[in-house]
Ligand binder design. Structure first.
Ligand SMILES: [Fe+2]
Length: 281
């Protein structure tokens, strides 16, 4: 009887142990399954500049295009002052002769001279166009970078400026530029108003521009000092100089009057050539 009781007790203990082990195994399996079935957070790709300004992919229409002229870039070997395409007194409808002479013969000449002087230190850069240097200023050695920015920019901006004015200019735009202005701004009057406003808003010295942006749209921007829109991946179609040296003799502090009168000499034929060139990315 005692042996039977002992045998029964051993069996019960054995079964109890097996149930206990089975229980642990089952709990382990369930836990593993639950963990495995949890929704997994998708790992974010590593970002190098997670807290900085989004990087803009440059698909610029200006990538390798000349902007000084519709068909060629501005050389720097050496940089040369272009001739005015009209007499200094030819734009009297908007700009007096003395301002034109000083502006072209002194101010523009100084930008050219300063650029050439800076490039004497880095003669290898003379193989680059002014546009190429301005598009990639970081590749210009730091010792002359600011000089190239200011004087290369000044040379490029004024080279464009002389061309987009004409004694026979003014009036309503025609052709391709007229269509694009109407599509983008609603009317020439609206465009002129916004352009003048942006020129007036530029504090201190600078320029106001009509540009084509990398998305192919027309846009009005202003730039400080002698910065050119190509530094921001924009194609400059037309621009007005709002430095005081451009208007002070006749208009003194009345920049708004200068901006209004300037439309009397805008060379729409040249602007049309530039608007077409700006599309050919
Ligand atoms: Fe100027």
């Amino acid at each position: 009887m005692f042996e039977l009781w002992f045998l029964l007790k051993s069996r019960v203990k054995s079964i109890y142990r097996k149930i206990t082990i089975l229980g642990f195994v089952t709990i382990g399996l369930i836990t593993t399954l639950l963990v495995a079935c949890q929704p997994q957070e998708i790992a974010s790709p590593p970002t190098e500049n997670s807290t900085t300004t989004p990087v803009v992919t440059q698909t610029s229409v200006t990538s390798n295009k000349p902007v000084a002229y519709s068909d060629r870039e501005l050389g720097a070997n050496p940089a040369q002052l272009p001739q005015l395409p009209y007499a200094a007194n030819a734009l009297e409808k908007a700009i007096d002769a003395q301002t034109m002479q000083l502006h072209h013969d002194r101010h523009h000449q100084t930008y050219v001279d300063n650029l050439n002087k800076a490039l004497e230190q880095q003669p290898n850069l003379r193989a680059s166009s002014v546009e190429a240097m301005l598009r990639d200023l970081n590749s210009v050695p730091e010792s002359i970078r600011t000089t190239v920015r200011n004087n290369g920019g000044g040379h490029l901006n004024h080279t464009i400026f002389w061309q987009i004015m004409s004694p026979t200019g003014g009036g309503q735009p025609t052709g391709e530029i007229a269509q694009e202005i109407n599509q983008t701004f609603g009317s020439f009057e609206q465009f002129r108003k916004q352009f003048n406003q942006a020129g007036g808003d530029r504090f201190g010295s600078g320029w106001v521009w009509l540009v084509r942006n990398p998305q192919g749209q027309l846009q009005i921007v202003n730039t400080a000092n002698q910065d050119n829109p190509i530094m921001d991946g924009l194609y400059p179609i037309m621009g007005n100089d709002v430095w005081e040296h451009a208007y002070y003799l006749r208009y003194q502090n009345r920049r708004a009057d200068y901006l209004n009168n300037w439309w009397n000499v805008v060379n729409w034929n040249e602007v049309n050539r530039r608007v077409i060139a700006s599309r050919q990315a």
